[in-house]
Structures are given as structure tokens and as C-alpha cells.
Design a binder for this molecule. Structure first.
Ligand code: ADA
Length: 568
């Protein structure tokens, strides 16, 4: 898997990125014609990528097949996919290994006893929508298709460490941590095997536990608790990380963790017992040349630009971002909000109550927690965005997800973004009240903001939630890059800059608001279903254009954020 560091020193791993054979299947004949046993024809594409950047496929939505031949020395193999959009079936030499639903999380399949020699891996990808899809067809971003993140094949030997969850409790003075680590193990041997699992932090051994596992089974083990003293804390602008390694006789897993504490209390957001203010942007993991198969060098460039804005936070709107991106945030001490793609605009009341949708959403949360748990930069889990939070269906969904994330998600705030603040009945399921509001753009002028806050804070008091802080999770205006006008009409860079400056200053002064995420970092391609309000087929509310060239609003935001930062 692609991370910023090697995850294994012992385990053999080979990349399956690069050239794959590719064939679209618009009529869905591939199953019947046995494409899994070999594609009848096809062209070469480079994985990872989205197919929409291939000639003629800009708007292709449907089924496509990918095929790759590879050589292995044989044994127990683990095929790992960083992300496939949206739904896929994976075959090895024509045999179904399994399926995966959801375009933004990693998954894998383990196959024991693969023979030495050449093999064929086939992936049937489908990015169509139906009544049970997450997201639904109407989304305000472009729903690409393809194998969008890296593919690897690993050789598993003996007792292997597939995953870990490094949980800790900090002392009151934040100088030491009680650590409780859980590992997911797999025994690649056919028979019962004994193994020792060592855990080291920055090279120092803290635990050595013996286990005995039945052959070919997955097993979750809780390691002996231990204490770490004289902690170096992970913090805003300070990516203090510890290297953690789990080692057995035949395998290993290397990761990085950070110690930090998040707390929401008395209308405040605290990091390491200190009050903080979020200076953030919403960012889609999208680029016109690469779609959502976002290259790491471009990620770093986005982060540089965001830091230069004076930001300390990013909202990964509206789905889990790739792990190497989150690694970069860990390293640089940037706060991150990670969410799943339940994007309200497309979800009817019936869809919110649909059993398959609720289950799929829960599973997406499970996968997100499972894979992203150890990233210190993630301080917020987002459950959904702008759903019909005045309905019973939304209430039930929020309750289910909130309870799950509070129980398993570690030391983080659990929230959702609401655009229905005056009728919302779900606020009990959000540790911080997160509001998406567009006064000055869709409805009302800039003078609508203050009366809105008065009314809303009154409502919060009536509901008994006046102690919850508020984050302005979205606000903004569209501006066409290069359109200037001294009269400040809508769509001009000047109007957008004025709105951003006005909002940021207003929010900064409000006693209940602990931060803001500008909508949005840069212009993005969007779905046709968004209709006529999206000139060029783009959401144009970026403070940069899609090629990351700044609009006036970028500099307005920079002035505000840098001055807020210097006040602290
Ligand atoms: C919503 C939504 C965003 C985007 C924005 C807009 O708040 O959450 O994804 O669609 O509106 O530009 O209107």
C-alpha cells in the first residue's frame, strides 16, 4: 500500500500499479461472455487513475473491466486495493475472490496456496447508482470510475499482523500515556502456530506477548497494556510522531502514532488542554488532470498552499481521503475532519430510512475507523452532510452512527454538517454544532448573518445545547477565475473576496464559534445533475481555480487567517 513510509521490513510486497488491460462494458455483457476468464480485447491504461481522464470517457458511467497478469513465487497472497470507485468484484484466474462496495476505503483479499507462476487478476468495476447507493446520483462533485488508488500483492508467512489499533489514555498533566494496543492477526500456516508479538515504540521494546493461532484464521488480540512516560505531544503545527512496530518471527507492521488530546467543553474546543480555533478549508481530493486518483506530489503542493493561507485544518469533504494524504497531515500537525460520502442533496427521506443505505453507511464508518484510527491528525469524524435532519429517518441514522463512532472511534469529536439549523432535530448527536450556511450567496444578503445567529443561539438554548461550540463548516460564494468588476457583482472575484472577509471576521468574533471551514479550497468538476447553477460543469466556489491559481478571495482569507493566528 502507498504510505509515506514502508509498512513492512520483513513482508514481501510487490506493486501491481502500472499497465492494466481495460475494457468498458456499457451493455453489461462481460459476465455472460466470461470476461473474468480473459478480456477478449482491451487497451492499456495506467493504474491508479480514473477512467474519465481517458479519451472519449469523460462522462462514462457504467461497468468496466481491468485485467493484469503478474508473476509470483507462490504461497499465501494478500491482494490490497487502496480504493476502487465505486463497487467491484475481484477475480484471480477467473475465481471470484470477493466484492467491495464504496469508492473511498481500502480493502483486501487473502488467498492461501497460490501456485508459483503467472496469474491473472481481473477487476469488474461499476460506478452506476441505484436507490441504495452512497452517495446518491446527485452529488456536487464528480463521481469518477476506476481503480483510483494503488494495488499491491503481498506474501504472507506464518503469523502476520494485518492491522492494529493503538489506543491510549493520557495522564491529566499529559506527561504519560497508558497504552492498549489491539492487533488483527492472520495465521498463513495451515496448522496451529505459536508466535511472539513484539511491540516497539521508536525502537524500544514495550511488549512481547505469546499467542497461539489456528491455521488460516484471522484473530484479534489485545496486547498487554504498558505506560509511556515523558511524552512528546502531537500538536497543531507540530507533527510529533512515534514509530510503532509490531514484529513476529515471520512478519511485521510499521506505522506511526501521535499522542494528543481533544476535548469539547463549555463552548470550547481544546487540544492538549488548550483552547484552539479552527482556521480551515473544505477540500475535495480532485484535480482536473487526475480526477480523484490524486498524485502525492500534488497533494503536498495543496497542503503547502493551505498552510500558506494560514490554515491549521482541512475538512476532507466529502469522503475518506487517501492514506498518504493523511500521513502528510500527521507529519505537519494539521487537523483533519474525515467523513463518509452521505451527501444530503441527493438523499430523499425514503433513502435515509432505507435499510441497505443505513447498513452501507455504517459499514463505511467501520472501514474508516478501522483504517484511519491511528492518524493523530483526524480530530473529527463526520457522519453525514446536509441530510434532512428535521426527519425521524435522519434522527435514527444519526443515532446509530453517533453511538458507533463514540464507542469505537477513539479520542475525537463526532459531528455532522447541518444546513437546516432552525428545524434540525439531531443536534444531540453532534459534539460540535457544525453549520453550512450561504447567506450572501443562495439567499439573503450579508446582513442576514447576525439575525440568523441570534435566532439560532436562542434555539440552541431552548434545546439545552448552548454549551456546544459551533463550527461554520461551510459558507462561500461562487467566483469565475479572472472575472473582475469594481461594482462587485456576484460571480466576480471581488464579491467572493468581500464575502469571505466579512464571514471570517464575523465568525472569529462570535463567542460560540470555534472555527470555520471555507467552502472551498479550489474549484472542482461536478455532476451534471447539479444543473445550471454550476457554470462550466464546475462548482466555482473555490478560492483558487481548479489548477490552484489564486482568486482574490485566497488573499482575503490569508489576511484573516494569518491575523487570527498571530492573535493566539
Ligand atoms: C453544500 C455542500 C457542498 C456544496 C455546497 C455548494 O453545502 O455540502 O458539497 O455543494 O453546498 O457549493 O452549494
Amino acid at each position: 500500500m502507498k504510505r509515506l513510509f514502508d509498512e513492512h521490513k520483513k513482508r514481501k510486497s510487490a506493486s501491481l500499479d502500472g499497465a492494466w488491460r481495460f475494457l468498458t462494458d456499457p451493455r453489461g455483457i462481460g459476465d455472460e461472455k466470461g470476461y473474468k476468464d480473459g478480456l477478449p480485447k482491451g487497451e492499456t491504461v495506467i493504474v491508479p487513475s480514473v477512467w474519465n481522464t481517458e479519451s472519449g470517457l469523460l462522462e462514462y458511467e457504467g461497468i468496466a473491466w481491468y485485467e493484469k497478469k503478474f508473476y509470483t513465487e507462490g504461497g499465501c497472497l494478500r491482494f490490497h486495493f487502496g480504493a476502487v470507485m465505486t463497487e467491484c468484484q475481484v477475480f484471480l484466474d477467473g475465481e471470484l475472490l470477493g466484492e467491495h462496495y464504496g469508492g473511498f476505503c481500502e480493502f483486501d483479499f487473502i488467498v492461501p496456496d497460490v501456485e508459483r507462476g503467472e496469474h491473472r487478476l481481473t477487476v469488474r468495476v461499476d460506478n452506476r447508482f441505484d436507490a441504495h447507493s452512497i452517495p446518491q446520483k446527485k452529488v456536487d462533485w464528480y463521481h469518477y470510475g476506476g481503480i483510483t488508488r494503488s494495488v499491491t500483492v503481498e506474501t504472507l508467512e506464518g503469523v502476520c499482523i494485518l492491522n492494529h489499533r493503538f489506543r491510549y489514555e493520557l495522564s491529566d498533566d499529559l506527561n504519560s500515556a497508558e497504552c492498549f494496543s489491539t492487533v488483527t492477526l492472520y495465521n498463513a500456516n495451515p496448522c496451529e502456530t505459536e508466535a511472539n508479538i513484539k511491540l516497539t515504540l521508536d525502537g524500544v521494546e514495550f511488549v512481547c506477548d505469546a499467542v497461539s493461532l489456528p491455521g488460516r484464521e484471522t484473530f484479534v488480540a489485545q496486547l498487554d497494556p504498558f505506560t509511556v512516560n515523558d511524552l512528546r505531544l502531537w500538536d497543531e503545527g507540530k507533527g510529533e510522531l512515534y514509530a510503532v512496530e509490531y514484529i513476529t518471527e515471520t512478519d511485521d507492521l510499521c506505522d506511526r502514532i501521535g499522542f494528543r488530546k481533544i476535548e469539547v467543553k463549555d463552548v470550547k474546543l481544546l487540544l492538549n488542554n488548550r483552547e484552539i480555533e479552527i482556521r480551515g478549508v473544505n477540500r475535495h481530493h480532485d484535480h482536473p488532470d487526475f480526477g480523484m486518483a490524486f498524485p502525492p506530489a500534488r497533494m503536498k503542493h495543496d497542503i503547502d498552499l493551505i498552510c500558506d493561507l494560514g490554515c491549521n485544518a482541512i475538512r476532507g469533504s466529502h469522503y475518506p481521503n487517501s492514506r498518504d494524504f493523511v500521513d502528510m497531515l500527521d507529519e505537519r500537525g494539521i487537523l483533519f475532519w474525515s467523513e463518509i460520502p452521505i451527501w444530503g442533496g441527493g438523499f430523499s427521506q425514503a433513502a435515509l430510512g432505507d435499510e441497505t443505505v443505513v447498513k452501507r453507511g455504517l459499514n463505511m464508518h467501520r472501514e474508516m475507523v478501522d483504517k484511519y484510527y491511528n492518524h493523530p491528525s483526524i480530530i473529527i469524524w463526520g457522519m453525514h452532510n446536509e441530510i434532512l435532519t428535521g426527519t425521524e429517518e435522519a434522527y435514527e441514522m444519526s443515532k446509530t452512527y453517533y453511538e458507533y463512532l463514540k464507542a469505537t472511534g477513539g479520542n475525537r469529536a463526532v459531528v455532522y454538517a447541518s444546513d437546516k439549523p432552525l428545524v434540525d432535530i439531531c443536534f444531540e448527536f453532534s459534539d460540535i454544532i457544525c453549520l453550512n450556511q450561504y447567506y450572501g450567496w443562495y439567499s439573503g444578503g450579508l446582513d442576514a448573518w447576525e439575525p440568523f445567529f441570534e435566532k439560532f443561539c436562542e434555539r440552541l438554548k431552548t434545546l439545552g445545547f448552548e454549551n456546544k461550540p459551533i463550527i461554520m463548516s461551510e459558507f462561500g460564494a461562487g467566483a469565475l477565475y479572472g472575472f473582475h468588476d469594481a461594482e462587485l457583482p456576484i460571480w466576480s472575484e471581488e464579491y467572493q473576496a468581500k464575502l469571505i472577509d466579512f464571514c471570517l471576521n464575523l465568525f472569529h468574533k462570535h463567542p460560540a464559534i470555534v472555527g470555520s471551514f471555507i467552502w472551498q479550497f479550489c474549484d472542482i468538476r461536478t455532476a451534471k445533475e447539479m444543473g445550471m447553477s454550476r457554470a462550466r460543469g464546475f462548482n466555482n466556489k473555490g478560492i483558487m481555480n481548479e489548477y490552484r491559481r489564486p482568486k482574490e478571495a485566497y488573499f482575503a482569507a490569508q489576511r484573516c487567517y494569518k491575523s487570527f493566528k498571530s492573535e493566539r
